[in-house]
Design a protein around this ligand. Structure first.
Ligand SMILES: Cc1cc2nc3c(=O)[nH]c(=O)nc-3n(C[C@H](O)[C@H](O)[C@H](O)COP(=O)(O)OP(=O)(O)OC[C@H]3O[C@@H](n4cnc5c(N)ncnc54)[C@H](O)[C@@H]3O)c2cc1C
Length: 424
């Protein structure tokens, strides 16, 4: 019988789940390690906006963004805010963030890296969802961006051009076409862009849970504990150390999202990783809302009809991982939702609203860390997907399995090197 090594995948968010699924399919024996049940609300993978946006290739920091810095510090409810008491700790990340989006040439480079990862995200997710027995959770019907006016869109033209150069296609919609497609949308949105080769997931938490259940049904294991480090023997990886003892393995994957920094350090790499916290509000039992998941481009929030209700998600808050949530932000989201879909305000009651805060695992340049660790080639980095972790997880899982089985990865991995922060 061929030797089947034991793989420890640390973290059972969507990146860990996708990696474990592909490793299992490659014939490896897999144990997922996570202190929380898969698909739970502590993971960013639970509460995101569900976008499988193969076109989300522009990093968050773009040229001129530094002009907004005073607003980040003075408006705690703005689209991006930094908590004062965390500012000193966040400064190195923030400086790299501003630097990485300083020129359009840098944005083009990042866009190439993200496009390679995301190009066929909806297809790859549908494939995984079919394997897990939940194909209905993945929809491939496109995504919509709406602007108050065509002039506002023109301010973003250069960024859309970069998308176009990477093969992204879209359809421009005037006010009349937009109203026909989205009758509930506030008429103050006069212009839209429909991006057809994209999709969405209608219940991200259930999706993760279903993938992990499939893994367990097919021989994978779950260890409900927290990983704290690695133990090496004769220079080789021997086990993952957890709060419940050691789990022996010949290879390990770090997929702990926003909490990856400490394990990455133990694997020999100092990564620049912060959490861009975000919020959502879900309104249950409503029929008002968009037909196509919609990004309100002036507010930088996304509205998606989920199986659990109408979800509005977004905002960026730079704060310590375990700082208390600012639930006023979720209230703001509800206000934005009611403004964008005015007929909603008459039908929402407070008991219909559920709110959530999650932690995007974010590098300053918007590219994830995927690849082998410095201390041991048997430890694989797979985190840091920031705003596109759901979309990017499907290809990441495939690449992780290729690295675990010593195959050449299907895309060039240098843009995602965890060692790229060394010299900057
Ligand atoms: C408001 C919001 C909207 C978003 N919208 C989208 C979107 O529309 N599309 C998109 O592609 N992305 C979106 N994202 C980003 C996306 O949700 C994340 O990038 C993605 O979920 C990250 O997945 P992950 O598996 O790396 O991390 P997580 O989902 O956070 O999972 C990490 C897991 O690791 C576990 N863990 C942590 N430390 C340890 C440890 N020491 N030992 C064991 N386990 C550990 C945690 O318990 C957790 O289960 C959004 C994020 C937010 C906050």
């Amino acid at each position: 019988m061929p030797y089947s090594p034991q793989i420890a995948v640390i973290g059972a968010g969507i990146v860990g789940a996708a990696s474990a699924l592909r490793a299992l399919q490659a014939g490896l024996r897999v144990t997922l390690i996570d202190p929380h049940p898969p698909g739970n609300a502590q993971a960013s993978s639970y509460g995101n906006a569900g976008w499988l946006s193969s076109h989300s290739i522009i990093p968050p920091a773009t040229p001129g963004v530094w002009r907004q810095v005073p607003g980040w510090l003075t408006n705690p409810l703005g689209p991006l805010t930094v908590r004062w008491r965390y500012l000193a700790k966040a400064v190195p990340w923030l400086l790299r963030y501003l630097e990485s989006g300083r020129t359009y040439e840098q944005i083009e480079q990042t866009a190439k890296g993200l496009r390679a990862l995301l190009r066929d995200a909806p297809d790859l997710h549908l494939e995984m969802a079919k394997i897990a027995g939940v194909p209905q959770l993945i929809q491939k019907n496109g995504l919509l961006h709406v602007y108050p006016s065509r002039e506002q869109f023109h301010k973003d033209t250069r960024l859309w051009q970069i998308r176009g150069n990477e093969g992204v296609r879209w359809l421009e919609l005037d006010h009349q076409e937009l109203t026909l497609r989205e009758p509930h949308l506030n008429p103050r949105y006069q212009f839209g862009l429909f991006v057809p080769d994209t999709g969405h997931c209608t219940n991200p938490g259930l999706y993760v849970q279903s993938i992990v259940q499939h893994i367990v049904r097919h021989g994978g294991a779950i260890a409900q504990t927290e990983a704290t480090g690695f133990r090496y023997r004769n220079g080789q990886l021997h086990s993952v150390v957890t709060t419940a003892g050691e789990i022996e393995c010949s290879k390990a994957v770090i997929a702990t999202g926003a909490r990856a920094k400490a394990l990455a350090h133990q694997a020999g790499d100092e990564v620049c990783l912060e959490t861009e916290r975000g919020y959502h509000a879900v309104i249950s039992s409503t029929t008002v809302g968009p037909h196509t998941p919609t990004m309100l481009m002036d507010e930088k929030v996304i509205v998606t009809a989920m199986t659990t209700g109408l979800r509005i998600a977004g905002q960026v808050e730079i704060a310590a991982l375990d700082d208390t949530p600012n639930w006023k932000r979720a209230e703001v989201l509800c206000q934005l939702l009611a403004r964008a879909y005015p007929s909603l305000s008459c039908v929402i009651t407070p008991d219909q609203i559920n709110v959530w805060m999650g932690r995007r695992p974010s590098t300053p340049d918007g590219l994830p860390c995927i690849g082998r660790a410095s201390r041991s080639p048997d430890i694989i980095h797979a985190y840091g997907h920031g705003h596109v972790g759901l979309a990017g997880s499907a290809r990441t899982g495939r690449i992780v399995a290729q690295l675990l089985t010593n195959q050449s990865p299907e895309i060039e991995l240098s843009p995602y090197s965890a060692q790229r922060f060394r010299n900057s």
